[in-house]
Design a protein around this ligand. Structure first.
Ligand code: NAP
Length: 280
C-alpha cells in the first residue's frame, strides 16, 4: 500500500529535476500524476518511462494553467495535490544592473505561475473539501547571499504566498505548504550558465561534486530528498500541517559552518589565546 494510493496529483515543471523526482516518487506511492512543462519531447518520454500523463503548459500563461487543471479533471475527475514546482533561475547580476525584462520574466514564472496554479486548482479542491498545495520555495528566500537578487525575491514571495493562501484555503479543508530546497543537483545551474535545457539536465556532474561539501550532511542534495518531503505533504499523514515552509537543505541554513570547522577554529583560537597570554 502506498502513501498516496488513489490520489490525483499535478506537478508543474515535471519535465526534469525536482519536479521529475516528485512525479516518480508520487507514482511509486500509488498516485496518478499529471506533469507539465514547456518541453513536449521530455514530457512525452516521461509518460512512457514513469507512467505519468503530460500536459504542455507554460505556468506564466493563465490559459495554459487553466487547461492543465481542466485536463486533469477530465482524465481523473479530481485534483488532490498540486505541486507548484516550475521555476527558473536568474543571472547573478548586480542590483545596480538588473534590467526590467529579467525582473518581469523571473516573477512571471516563479511568482505569477504559483498564484495561477493555486487560483485554478483551488475551486476543484474546494468542491472536494480537500486538497494539498505544495509550493517549491528555496533557501534563497530565507537567507541572503545564496542566489541572485530577483530569484531570492521571487522565492520569498512564494513563502509569503504560502502563508497567505493557507489562511484562506485552510478554512475550506485545503492545506497550502511550501518546501524550500537547499542545494539540489539538477540542470537549473547549467541553464543559468547558458546551456540549452536538456543538455543542462544531463550536465550535473560538476554540480554534484560542488554541492557535496556545502552543508553538514556530507553529500549533495538530490531531487528525491525533496520528493520525500512532498510525499509527506501530499499524504493524509500531514493532515494538520498548514501554512508551513519545510526546509530540506541538509542543515545549510541552520548552521554557519560544519562541526569539524568549528572544532578546528576553536582549537586554533585557544592556541593563539594561550600564546598571547605568555606575554601578559
Ligand atoms: P529544473 O530541472 O530546471 O526544473 C525546472 C522545471 O520547471 C522544468 O521542468 C521546466 O520545464 C519547468 N519550467 C520552467 N519554466 C517554466 C514555465 N514557464 N512553465 C512551465 N514549466 C516551466 O530545475 P530544478 O532545480 O528541478 O527546479 C525546480 C524548482 O526547484 C524551481 O522552482 C527551483 O527554483 C526550485 N529550487 C531548486 C533548487 C536547486 O538547488 N536545484 C534549490 C531551491 C529551489 P520546461 O523547460 O519543460 O518548461
Amino acid at each position: 500500500m502506498g502513501a498516496l494510493d488513489g490520489k490525483i496529483a499535478v506537478v508543474t515543471g515535471g519535465t526534469s529535476g525536482i519536479g521529475e523526482g516528485v512525479a516518480k516518487a508520487f507514482v511509486l506511492e500509488g498516485a496518478k500524476v499529471v506533469i507539465t512543462g514547456r518541453r513536449e519531447e521530455e514530457g512525452r518520454a516521461l509518460e512512457k518511462q514513469i507512467g505519468v500523463r503530460f500536459v504542455r503548459a507554460d505556468v506564466a500563461i493563465e490559459a495554459d494553467v487553466r487547461a492543465m487543471v481542466d485536463k486533469t479533471v477530465e482524465w481523473f475527475g479530481r485534483v488532490d495535490c498540486l505541486v507548484n514546482n516550475a521555476g527558473i533561475p536568474s543571472p547573478m547580476t548586480s542590483i545596480t544592473e538588473i534590467d526590467v525584462a529579467t525582473i518581469d520574466q523571473i516573477l512571471a514564472v516563479n511568482v505569477r505561475g504559483v498564484v495561477l496554479g493555486i487560483k485554478h486548482a483551488a475551486p476543484v479542491m474546494i468542491s472536494q473539501r480537500s486538497g494539498s498545495v505544495i509550493n517549491i520555495g528555496s533557501v534563497a528566500g530565507i537567507r541572503g547571499g545564496i542566489s541572485a537578487h530577483i530569484y531570492s525575491a521571487s522565492k520569498g514571495a512564494v513563502q509569503a504566498l504560502t502563508r497567505s493562501a493557507a489562511a484562506e484555503l485552510g478554512e475550506k479543508g485545503i492545506r497550502v505548504n511550501c518546501i524550500s530546497p537547499g542545494a539540489i543537483v539538477t540542470g537549473i545551474f547549467g541553464k543559468n550558465a547558458g546551456l540549452e535545457g536538456s543538455k543542462a539536465d544531463r550536465a550535473t556532474g560538476v554540480v554534484k561534486e560542488r554541492f557535496a561539501t556545502i552543508q553538514p550532511i556530507p553529500r549533495a542534495g538530490l531531487p528525491d530528498d525533496i520528493a520525500q518531503a512532498a510525499v509527506f505533504l501530499a499524504s493524509d499523514g500531514s493532515g494538520f500541517v498548514n501554512g508551513q515552509d519545510i526546509v530540506v537543505d541538509g542543515g545549510m541554513t541552520s548552521v554557519t559552518r560544519g562541526w569539524s570547522a568549528i572544532v578546528a577554529g576553536r582549537a586554533e583560537m585557544a592556541r593563539l589565546i594561550k600564546e598571547a597570554a605568555t606575554t601578559l
